[in-house]
Design a protein around this ligand. Structure first.
Ligand code: HSE
Length: 439
């Protein structure tokens, strides 16, 4: 049995506390799997007195995580502080500068500074493990970096945020409001400290940026990702999706196209029969398309302490065994510059919900605006509100909800058609536009 691998953990929130608990309770199995003893020697967090429900006895305590890096009894620095900058960034840079490997769950940090940190890690001859940064407990990083190495990956479609999936699932199943479901997700510890990161789509974008780099061998460019969140999804859309055979999911999608990489985060209509549509609650799903393998979908817990800790521990075992791979699958110098395909070039079907004034010529005008741009409609559904008496006999002039599904068209065309419909005064509110993902 080799010499012990000694861990210093910075950040003792939900994930950090779970890592401590699992390392302590699975010590003998871990030692066998790692081929050497694995032991926590030091920890760092903001509040020493807080009860985290785990035994921290025997660990050196550091108020300052950077001071922990210099501890000669720490071989590997585990960063579970979070955030794209600040203490987490300072700590990771300090660890790499000291030639110590890093394990992190920090998707925001990697999405912003990943290439530079990979360069520092290469220069120091150490690794950065980040299995926990994407899709919590699902082994997506190892899958892309190692298991799919024989494939050219052409596309990734993923539910990458447990909080959003939990919210959308509960809204659909229990017809609850967005606010109620978000509060529940926060109570259960799924959401980020600032839930805007979740519901605004930014957490998904950070994860997608990492997957995109691994899948396509490019530098990370988090700013190149088009982002829409779920805050404007209404129960009306969820019900309409259901009637039309779809479910609404917040997806991260990246595909190679003729003009570059199309990478976007948006709520999408997905066919109910697809694995992605059937992934409910806090679960995540990631579908990869590889030329040799075809499609593979991984489904599992994407958030929560134990699930995320499970991925941290997988990286610890790799570290203990000296399994060192380039941070983003290729040496940094081999990563291609990121070439972005604009969202306007996206081609696909669309769900459109309009609030249409109920009067002669409205449908004709809408259909003409679509036809003028070569947009073909697959279906039109009008949910006329129940009316009494005189009103029920004829048109009222009042706005009525109308849902359209288009065949595949370009985003520029559908947006131009909606602008024309709005300019012609046929609709009472801004249209809702949701992309259809034909999985
Ligand atoms: N807030 C994240 C989620 C946690 O809901 O998926 C894991 O990154």
């Amino acid at each position: 049995m080799g010499k012990p691998l000694r861990l210093g953990i910075a950040g003792l929130g939900t994930v950090g506390a779970s890592v401590v608990r699992i390392v302590r309770s699975n010590l003998s199995t871990l030692t066998l799997r790692a081929g050497r003893p694995v032991t926590i020697t030091a920890v760092s967090a903001r509040d020493r007195k807080r009860d985290r429900g785990v035994d921290l006895g025997g660990f050196a305590w550091y108020d300052d995580p950077v001071a922990m890096v210099a501890d000669p009894n720490v071989d590997v620095v585990i960063e579970l502080i979070g955030g794209a900058s600040g203490a987490a960034e300072t700590l990771v840079r300090a660890a790499l500068a000291a030639g110590k490997p890093v394990i992190t769950a920090n998707k925001a940090l990697l999405a912003r500074h990943g290439v530079e940190l990979a360069r520092l890690a290469e220069a120091a001859g150490v690794g950065i493990g980040f299995e926990a940064a994407v899709a919590g407990g699902i082994p997506v990083i190892k899958t892309l970096k190692e298991s799919l190495a024989g494939n050219t990956v052409t596309g990734i479609v993923g539910i990458l945020n447990g909080t959003c999936n939990y919210i959308l699932t509960r809204m659909e199943k229990e017809q609850l409001s967005f606010a109620t479901c978000l509060a529940e997700a926060q109570r259960l510890g799924y959401a980020e400290a600032d839930p805007t990161f979740d519901v605004g789509g930014f957490d998904t974008a950070h994860k997608l940026a990492i997957l995109t780099s691994l899948a396509f061998g490019t530098e990370i460019d988090a700013d190149a990702i088009y982002v829409e969140g779920i805050t404007s999804i209404s129960l009306d859309d969820i019900k309409a999706a259901d009637e039309l055979g779809y479910r609404i999911k917040l997806l991260g999608v990246a595909r190679r196209t003729d003009t570059g990489i199309e990478a976007r985060v948006n709520p999408a209509m997905v066919p109910k029969k697809s694995v992605v549509a059937q992934t409910s609650g806090v679960l995540n799903a990631v579908a990869f398309d590889g030329d040799a393998l075809g499609e593979v979908v991984l489904v599992g817990p994407g958030a929560g302490g134990n699930a995320t800790a499970s991925s941290v521990i997988a990286d610890i075992v790799d570290q203990a065994r000296g399994h060192l791979t380039p941070v983003f699958g290729l040496p940094v110098v081999e990563l291609m510059p990121y070439q972005k395909a604009e969202i306007q070039a996206h081609k696909g079907g669309y769900y459109v919900r309009l609030s249409v004034y109920d009067r002669p010529g409205a449908f004709a005008g809408i259909a003409k605006s679509m036809a003028d741009r070569d947009i073909s409609l697959e279906s039109i559904v009008q949910h006329r509100r129940a009316l009494d008496g005189e009103e029920a006999l004829g048109h009222t002039g009042a706005p009525q909800p109308v849902v359209l599904i288009t065949y595949a068209t370009r985003e520029t065309e559908i947006r131009a058609a909606l602008d024309a419909i709005e300019a012609a005064g046929h609709i009472a509110e801004k249209p809702t536009l949701i992309r259809i993902e034909s999985l």
